[in-house]
Ligand binder design. Sequence first.
Ligand code: UDP
Ligand code: MG
Length: 334
Amino acid sequence: MSINNLIEDNAGLPILWIIVPCYNEESVLPITAPLFLDELKKIISNKKASDQSRVLFVNDGSKDKTWQIISDLAKEDEHYIGISQSRNRGHQNALVAGLMESVDKCDVTISIDCDGQDDINAMEKMMDEYLSGSEVVYGVRSKRDKDTAFKKFTAEFFYKLINALGGEVVFNHADYRLMSSRVVEAFESFQEVNLFLRGMIPLVGFKSSNVYYERNERMAGDSHYPLRKMMHFALDGITSLSVKPISMIIALGCFVSFLGVVGMIWAIVMNFLGATVAGWASIVCIICFLGGMQLLSIGIIGEYIGKIYLETKKRPRFIISERTWEPYKRKYKG
Ligand code: UDP
Ligand code: MG
């Protein structure tokens, strides 16, 4: 048994919470919820977690019947519980809401998407790693053969780029991970509102290991991350983790200015040699290039300023409106 368990139930087994963010998932939740429960029960019967372990669904302000389904599941089996956010705030915030809810109620958490893309059976392997002393276990995709060539290329390029810029992100790991409550508690002090969890958790530290699994297609429903949102998320990740792009702008500025000086010297020399410069086109090209560079640079700096602006507001990252174990009751019934 790991020495890291802060809370242990009577049987001396760790309490596990499986945290599942759900947004408009009415088509897939009825399929995957029993799979989560089966896996949890398997882990419990193999004496790797206490029977007080739970599957926590975090409804992220869904507009369909997701919360209704979660509430019904909670009535059906005590291992299912759920919390609901007051509105949609995005995957990362929903995950943080679940993690913060769990912090004083369990020993260990595993976060997983609710669409069955991540191999649910890898959870037991994650628990094995936890029981042998790891406090963070990253679920890592062993291959990407189910992805389109474009998705594979852009995703792998993104992981390489973010690491080259100084962010620490585990290659091919998304948000399928185990964290001990000690790690979640330490993470609580990371109060930023721009969340990119896969880059933030490595900063918390503690002993970590990887578990490899194959990622499948969604069991039902559609992805909430079309290309546009994916690009935005990637940019968010980079600007949340690294300020290197700003240093690169300075370096680029110096380089372009140097080229400008060389160009001036060249023009003066050519003038003395009597050669006239015809190039209207070359001047227009240079102006366009520099204009583009300037706009891009201002945009990158603006991206950081926007982040500072959001951070200074210190708005809450999540607001929980309901819990399956304590439904919200109106004070006045009119
Ligand atoms: N999700 C969420 N809030 C959102 C968008 C997504 O909680 O605003 C959840 C969603 O229900 C799923 C997970 O985040 O459990 C990952 O979303 P999705 O499967 O759509 O992303 P993909 O796997 O396509 O990147
Ligand atoms: Mg998915």
